[in-house]
Design a protein around this ligand. Structure first.
Ligand code: GLN
Length: 384
């Protein structure tokens, strides 16, 4: 069997969720909310199932959804996208990423990635014959530096994969870092594949800036979004790819053989959702910020050093000052067994130069879920 996949472990999200089930634990590992999601959007999907079209929709996505994606990005980020030639709908962000990587990367191409790296990127790059060149970002700021970029970019750098806001670090990159990355992309004629699925989950004081909007990047960026993240409906698996026509055309050729198309009723509902007023999106981040603060305050009370979350469903804690003498992985195994709370070890997002002291918790949960988890963790900073 193909060693690229045969030798892969089960994803850390699935592994931790399984441990959570086995231990009857509260799952603050895999990132999914524990509320049902916006009722009107779910109602729109239900109506479309009962009364709408249930056959294959167009391969590129329903025209009404592509239009509403373009309108949404124009409104929120000032991006001008032609819905018919620059927007495609996929079955989730992961499919969008796979389509983009397979469309861009040829054998021998180098692809710059940043650790912590989302687990789907590297196997797909390798399957395409690409060679990942990894930059290790460091807590607590996880910022890009000229020196790091200079050490990996060269004339073989076909693409860079950039996740912003960054899961699991919960950083929202400032314009300065984006301009630095853009400078390297232009110097080395590199395509940027931007995983921006967390673009709407950005907290007060921070702003999401799409890399595509940085001067010089419009036509060399493949921007990836996700309705699952935008609407807290993670099981829907509706992703978006936005790119200039010469790039999107090739992504579409891959998409036609990955999934070909995506449930039309869910697409109808997402088209409706993207048009909701600004207050809807603002309320969603306000609610999530409240949950973030609740979990952060509780963890701090227990004694965990919390790194402030700027965006995503996640916050991280740095175990190193606690003197526990165990890795993030050992800590996560211990708390799921002993305290019945699951979290994600951030070292799982590193292939080399691992950071082994940072743990990710998902706060997109009901108050009662967070409170029970905090009660259970009340003496987890000490080893039993
Ligand atoms: N994006 C989710 C997370 O970071 C996981 C998705 C998955 O399980 N594949 O938790």
């Amino acid at each position: 069997m193909n060693p690229i996949f045969a030798n892969l472990p089960v994803t850390v999200f699935e592994a931790m969720s399984q441990l959570a089930r086995d231990n009857d634990a509260i799952n603050l590992g895999q990132g999914f909310p524990d509320h049902p999601g916006p009722e009107d959007i779910r109602q729109a999907a239900a109506d479309a199932v009962l009364n709408g079209y249930n056959q294959y929709p167009s391969m590129m996505g329903l025209p009404e959804l592509r239009q509403s994606i373009a309108t949404h990005y124009q409104h929120w980020h000032g991006l001008s996208l032609d819905p018919m030639s620059e927007v495609m709908v996929t079955s989730g962000g992961t499919e969008a990423l796979t389509a983009a990587i397979l469309a861009v990367v040829e054998p021998g191409d180098e692809v710059v990635c940043f650790q912590p790296v989302y687990d789907s990127y590297l196997p797909i790059i390798r399957q395409a014959g690409g060679i990942p060149r990894l930059v290790s970002l460091k807590p607590p700021h996880w910022r890009l530096t000229e020196e790091d970029l200079r050490s990996v970019f060269n004339h073989k750098t076909k693409a860079v994969l950039f996740n912003n806001p960054l899961n699991p670090a919960a950083v929202v990159y400032p314009r300065e870092d984006l301009e630095l990355l853009a400078k390297f992309c232009q110097e080395f004629d590199t395509i940027a594949i931007c995983d921006e699925v967390w673009e709407h989950v950005v907290f007060e004081g921070f702003k999401h800036i799409p890399l595509m909007s940085i001067p010089g990047m419009r036509d060399r960026t493949i921007k990836i979004g996700s309705a699952g993240k935008i609407f807290s409906l993670t099981g829907w698996k509706i992703g978006f790819v936005c790119a200039a026509p010469p790039l999107l055309r090739v992504c579409a050729k891959v998409h036609q053989f990955l999934t070909f198309t995506t449930a039309p009723n869910l697409q109808t509902a997402v088209a409706y959702g993207l048009g909701k007023p600004d207050e809807f999106f603002e309320e969603m981040t306000t609610d999530l910020a409240r949950s973030r603060d609740r979990l952060a305050a509780g963890l701090e009370r227990i004694g965990f050093p919390v790194i402030k979350s700027q965006g995503t469903y996640f916050l991280t804690v740095d175990l190193s000052p606690l003197g526990l003498n165990e890795t993030d992985e050992a800590f996560c195994k211990r708390i799921v067994h002993d305290y019945k709370v699951a979290a994600i070890p951030v070292s799982a997002f590193y292939e080399e130069e691992k950071v082994t002291s940072v743990v990710r918790f998902c706060f997109a949960k009901k108050d009662s879920t967070l409170d029970t988890a905090l009660e259970r963790l009340s003496d987890a900073v000490h080893r039993r």
